[in-house]
Design a protein around this ligand. Structure first.
Ligand code: GLN
Length: 276
């Protein structure tokens, strides 16, 4: 019903517009053809659609009184600023992390702001903004765990959890080389950490700030191994060739970096969600 009503309204509006167009040019020119197809998301000037996976505190999470609807976090605050400074309204689409690159490259969303690490593989399908945060992977283990001290220890028959499509997944699978039957993949960091808590898994490999927040919230601890886990840089992904949006994003990021605002956001949200 709602759709039909919308459709009818759109057709009526279009009819009024084309009548007006005819009237204004004395009927000499043919009116532009009326189509019912909505413009692609990326072409809608007033709305800036951010795709994310809102299970990645302190960068994006669901909360009652979020900064934008039910969403809050460092990335939400950055994206809101990008929208505000460009007179746009930020709209947030919460989806699986693994689908974000495809959503950007097909124009379903304008940008992915999701604590997304710049990787060569992703760069084949999307363009990245300047980077705005440095992270690395950490291991979240039970508080009383004594035998996981380095990433190599994970190969000792440990049951390891990762989030599907995250850089942590690639590192555990390819770089460390944990055997496939010992790896469990989930769609959300929040969920997989529960399996460490309830003893189903020995460790979860996940990004540092999120790992710290989730460990603290669940009475677990974080083990770092900087030698094994290289630093990663987060950036915002846009459709390949969308330099117009990329320039807008980079301008705001540069301002926020120069003024220290990103650092302030990191401190604020890390303490709000209980990480270091
Ligand atoms: N930084 C990790 C990656 O890019 C995880 C991001 C996330 O979970 N939102 O794969």
């Amino acid at each position: 019903m709602k759709t039909n009503f919308k459709k009818i309204t759109a057709i009526l509006a279009a009819a009024v517009l084309s009548t007006a167009a005819l009237a204004s040019c004395g009927g000499s020119d043919a009116p532009a053809p009326v189509t019912e197809t909505a413009p692609p998301a990326a072409a809608n000037g007033d709305e800036l659609i951010m795709g994310t996976n809102a299970a990645f505190q302190p960068f994006e999470y669901v909360t009652e009184n979020g900064l934008v609807d039910i969403y809050d976090g460092i990335d939400v605050a950055i994206a809101k600023k990008i929208a505000d400074e460009n007179g746009m309204t930020l709209k947030i689409e919460d989806m699986e992390f693994d689908g974000l690159v495809a959503a950007v490259s097909t124009g379903k969303i304008d940008m992915a702001v999701a604590g997304m690490t710049v990787t060569e593989e992703r760069q084949q399908n999307v363009d990245f903004s300047d980077t705005y945060y440095t992270a690395s992977q950490v291991m979240v283990v039970p508080a009383d765990n004594e035998d996981i001290k380095t990433a190599e220890d994970l190969k000792n028959g440990k049951l390891v959890g990762v989030v599907l499509g995250y850089t942590g997944d690639n590192i555990v699978t390819d770089t460390i080389g944990v055997s496939e039957e010992n790896i469990t993949r989930a769609n959300r960091g929040i969920d997989i950490v529960q399996d460490v808590k309830n003893g189903k898994l020995d460790a979860v490999v996940i990004d540092s700030a999120t790992g710290k927040a989730l460990a603290e919230a669940n009475g677990l601890k974080v083990v770092e191994d900087p030698a094994a886990f290289e630093s990663e840089e987060y950036a915002i992904a846009v459709q390949k060739g969308n330099t117009e949006l990329l320039d807008k994003i980079n301008k705001v990021l540069a301002e926020m970096k120069a003024s220290g605002e990103i650092e302030e956001l990191a401190v604020k949200y890390n303490s709000e969600v209980g990480a270091e």
